[in-house]
Design a protein around this ligand. Structure first.
Ligand code: TRP
Length: 377
């Protein structure tokens, strides 16, 4: 699919697809765009506002760290303003709940702070604490058709997975959550969204909502930006059963796991029968996965690590990766223990401050939106 960019559109960009076009932009185009953006971010970090987040369904794992968490910390350190939504309303899209939500949210906060998210520079908030953000969902829903929502491949896959788990039908919230996610991003005028490839259809939905809102209510001067995805270099980490690492599959290495558990985790990791180590993601996904994990912590590339190991074999690869992860996570884990043992009051305070700031911004945006829509009474 071709992507057309108008000449004057650089930061933030605009114009993909036709008005009624598909909401799926190819991952390849997003990766190309990411390379351009990376240069612009370094040149002018102040021009960007990042919004991204996680569903608080459990503690975060190695896949989160490598896929997005380290990237968020990097952006924060480059001087980009970062917003993190702990997406509690997304938890109930496909399940009844996540158990003790306040406890799970605190665990996620511990993971964030231990990984290097600095609450002085990054705003952390929960959906349910920011009413004006949620109210944006109503006008936004009016801007998309049911047919467009039905085309979202990630929602379809999630509905199928939920049906398999519990035989439940697609909830109205699951069906519409990409539009809710548009509210997450647009309430703070986020223009950069670091995500994995599975989130690209949602980002396209956000762009569509922003574009249509601007056309309908703010034609003279676009009110919302059309945000860009920023694809992390290696987004998919496999669990020790060879499938994508995820809490619900029970194949994940939690960031808070002990060193012993980490060693045991990699002992169980799958390899293959070939002696020489090569980086061939299509042919040898499990070896490639170990190489990506090792390279991430060693600050090198999977290709270079494969060259270095060459004939040493899978046993040596596992040993190298285990060591890299144990060493790489040591400071994070020490910091996490320290924060956890200090009790919940610091975490609650971080969240309260983040929620207050998010509310301030969301209230202002909703007021602007009411004004633009002729609903200020
Ligand atoms: N859906 C995302 C996930 O499951 C989490 C999320 C919620 C998000 N709101 C967002 C990501 C807004 C990016 C932007 O990982």
């Amino acid at each position: 699919m071709s992507v057309t960019t108008t000449p004057e559109a650089t930061t933030p960009p605009s114009g993909t697809a036709s008005e009624l076009g598909s909401i799926t932009r190819s991952a390849e185009a997003a990766r190309e765009r990411t390379a351009v953006l990376e240069e612009q971010i370094v040149d002018n970090p102040g021009a960007y506002r990042v919004l991204t987040g996680d569903r608080p369904t459990g503690v975060l794992h190695l896949g989160h760290l490598i896929g997005t968490l380290d990237n968020r910390v990097r952006l924060q350190r480059l001087g980009v303003e970062v917003f993190l939504v702990v997406a509690d309303y997304q938890v109930i899209t496909d399940r009844d709940g996540a158990g003790d939500l306040p406890a799970v949210v605190r665990e996620v906060l511990l993971d964030y702070l231990a990984a290097g998210i600095d609450p002085e520079r990054t705003t952390i908030f929960t959906h349910s604490a920011v009413p004006a953000l949620n109210q944006l969902l109503l006008p936004f829903l009016s801007l998309v058709t049911v047919a467009e929502l039905e085309r979202n491949p990630t929602v379809k896959a999630e509905a199928a997975a939920a049906a398999e788990r519990g035989g439940r039908g697609m909830s109205g919230l699951l069906f519409t959550y990409p539009v809710h996610q548009a509210a997450d991003i647009l309430f703070c005028h986020g223009n950069l969204v670091p995500v994995g490839e599975d989130q690209l259809p949602h980002l396209e939905a956000t762009r569509l909502v922003a574009r249509r809102f601007n056309q309908r209510y703010s034609a003279a001067q676009p009110y919302f930006p059309e945000p860009d995805a920023l694809i992390a270099p290696s987004t998919t980490v496999l669990g020790n059963d060879g499938a994508k690492m995820s809490k619900s599959r029970g194949n994940a290495l939690a960031l808070r796991a002990s060193e012993d558990n980490t060693v045991a985790f990699f002992k169980r990791a799958r390899t293959d029968a070939e002696r020489t180590i090569t980086y061939e993601p299509e042919l040898r996904p499990e070896i490639a996965n170990l190489l990506r994990i090792g390279a991430h912590f060693a600050g090198t590339t999977p290709e270079a690590l494969a060259d270095e190991l060459g004939p040493a074999g899978a046993g040596r690869l596992k040993a190298v990766v285990t060591e890299a992860v144990v060493e790489g996570l040591r400071p994070l884990r020490a910091r996490r223990r320290e924060l956890a043992s200090a009790g919940p009051s610091h975490l609650d305070e971080v969240l309260a401050r983040g929620n207050a700031r998010a509310n301030e911004i969301a209230d202002r945006t909703l007021d602007d939106v009411r004004g633009l829509m002729g609903m200020r009474y």
